[in-house]
Design a protein around this ligand. Structure first.
Ligand code: FAD
Ligand code: SF4
Ligand code: SF4
Length: 487
């Protein structure tokens, strides 16, 4: 077979076509078309098959990227998928929404040598989508039942990654979630134009076929305490994410139509899923015809501005206190937002809000000077005296980040140890909390992070839970049966 790889010297980096910004403004469909077979093979063949692949080092799940790129270039797609799926529970999701510019692609050797990175994420998406089309994605059935069970709090990517691994090993797995659907923020946070919902739902169906038992509309704290789950299961995993929205205290911040980002995005996602959403229909959580100001500079802020555009807002501005170079959000998402008609208002912060009839009517903002760098290396925002100006607004969305809820109180377990930020504290060698047999993973340990990190944590914690339950089984088993249980 002729040498297919190392084509980066002949073939330029190319992404699949992106839908025209004007067309994108009117629907919630994803904005990139997929690669066709030729396009994917050509782009995969640009890889130089590095001996030390920095792409893999910087991918949180340590995907064997060079191998699946080579198989894609050679048209061996089923093998490519098997390799991708061995490391990642949701390759079709990560291919779409990982911030690749900061992870795999940002560390690709040929990017460093100015040839333009291999389009790793898009090839991953292509491989996984092809696997779904061809019927290669199968539930990972256990070969034998172990007779032990695990309770998982949270059906987000962290809980689901753990559930799949544990079920495949033969544990009875019960996942409890207070939402009515499986997927966590992949369903109710991230908008469809980044990740269409059917992509998550078809994966969720595989977990159901695998035998994972889901208890939706089940809130731990309301429907059971943590102690009750511990009594029901051999081990419990807390993968509950972080949901307490950071707030803003400023004159007028209690006016109507000043809303938290996740409430707004959840209503939009529910509406897209066909649910009845009275607050969307009444206009309370709908940007149609409004002047919208979103406060914040992360990916959640970008999701809000782009959702508002699609809902038919009259104008959409994003107010951020630092500059473009210091935004926490992905540059790629900022570019998409600007293409779609969002105005980024840099180095500005709200000072207060004006109202009319109890509803917000404008934002008083002041300009910010970026001063000397602090201990973290980031320049400190300083208000410029006398720089106040007004922005028209009849909907203000606060996208200021998330903190953990007070889990010890919520779960009725005051002994559960948390950090001063409220994240659950674990022993990093075992991922177990201070409570025997209670583990934690994902955002609730890291603080607000990424889907791919939650997947990594979910897979790691599954391995720790497996070791823990094996030890437990050995202790309670007659000696003659020990060799049967050992894997
Ligand atoms: P979650 O996905 O939050 O899942 C936790 C689950 O626990 C939820 O389903 C919740 O209902 C359930 N739960 C919580 N408390 C209880 C309880 N008491 N009882 C029962 N169930 C409970 N990441 C990316 O990689 N790329 C992106 O583009 C991206 N965009 C984002 C956009 C938005 C708007 C937001 C908010 C986040 C985004 N993220 C993105 C981050 C990503 O979604 C999270 O890092 C990831 O979902 C964390 O996974 P998790 O499993 O830890 O938690
Ligand atoms: Fe890149 Fe994310 Fe895929 Fe890893 S999982 S290769 S970081 S897109
Ligand atoms: Fe290929 Fe880039 Fe990874 Fe090297 S760093 S193996 S060129 S994708």
């Amino acid at each position: 077979m002729p040498q297919k790889m190392l084509q980066f010297v002949h073939v330029d980096r190319r992404m699949p076509d992106k839908r025209d910004a004007e067309a994108r403004r009117h629907d919630f469909n994803e904005i990139y078309e997929g690669f066709d077979d030729r396009g994917a093979a050509d782009q995969a063949a640009r890889c130089s098959q590095c001996g030390v692949p920095f792409c893999q080092v910087h991918c949180p799940v340590h995907h064997n990227i060079p191998d699946w790129l080579r198989f894609t270039a050679e048209g061996r797609l089923e093998e490519a998928y098997e390799i991708a799926a061995a490391a990642n529970t949701f390759p079709e999701v990560c291919g779409r929404i990982c911030p690749q510019d900061r992870l795999c692609e940002g560390n690709c050797t040929i990017e460093q040598s100015k040839h333009g990175t291999v389009t790793i994420g898009t090839v991953e998406r292509y491989i996984a989508d092809t696997a779904w089309e061809k019927g290669w994605v199968k539930p990972r059935m256990p070969s034998a039942e172990r007779g032990q069970s695990v309770g998982i709090i949270g059906a987000g990517p962290g809980g689901l990654a753990a559930a799949e691994q544990l079920r495949a090993k033969g544990y009875e797995v019960h996942v409890y979630d207070r939402y009515d659907r499986i997927g966590g923020l992949m369903i109710y946070g991230i908008p469809g134009f980044k990740l269409e919902k059917h992509i998550v739902q078809r994966r969720a169906e595989q977990f159901i076929k695998q035998g994972v038992v889901f208890h939706t509309n089940f809130e731990v704290g309301r429907d059971a305490t943590l102690a009750e789950l511990r009594a029901r299961h051999g081990a419990v995993l807390i993968a509950a994410g972080v949901y307490k929205a950071r707030d803003l205290q400023a004159p007028g911040s209690d006016l109507g139509n000043i809303i938290p980002a996740l409430k707004y995005l959840t209503a939009s996602n529910r509406q897209g899923l066909g649910d009845s959403v009275p607050e969307y229909d009444s206009g309370a959580l709908n940007a149609a015809g409004k002047d919208v100001v979103v406060i914040g500079g992360g990916d959640t802020a970008m999701d809000c501005v782009r959702t508002a555009i699609r809902q038919g807002a009259r104008s959409v501005k994003c107010l951020y206190r630092r500059n473009r170079a210091n935004m926490p959000g992905s540059q790629r998402e900022v570019n998409h937002a600007e293409e779609e008609g969002v105005e980024l208002v840099w180095q500005s912060a709200p000072e207060g809000f004006e109202g009319k009839d109890g509803l917000v009517a404008g934002v008083n903002a002041h300009r910010i000077h970026l001063g000397v760098a602090d201990a973290t290396g980031r320049q400190t925002p300083q208000v410029i005296a006398g720089s106040t100006y007004k922005l028209e607004a009849d909907l203000v969305i606060k996208a200021l980040g998330f903190d953990p809820e007070d889990l010890p109180t919520l779960f009725g377990e005051p002994d559960l140890r948390v950090s001063r930020w409220g994240t659950v504290t674990v022993n990093f060698r075992t991922m177990m909390t201070n409570l025997d047999g209670v583990f934690a993973a994902g955002d609730i340990v890291r603080g607000a992070s990424l889907v791919v990190w939650a997947i990594r944590d979910g897979r790691d914690v599954a391995a720790h839970i497996h070791s823990y339950l094996q030890r437990k089984a050995e202790v309670s088993m007659p000696e003659s049966q020990e060799s049967v249980a050992a894997e």
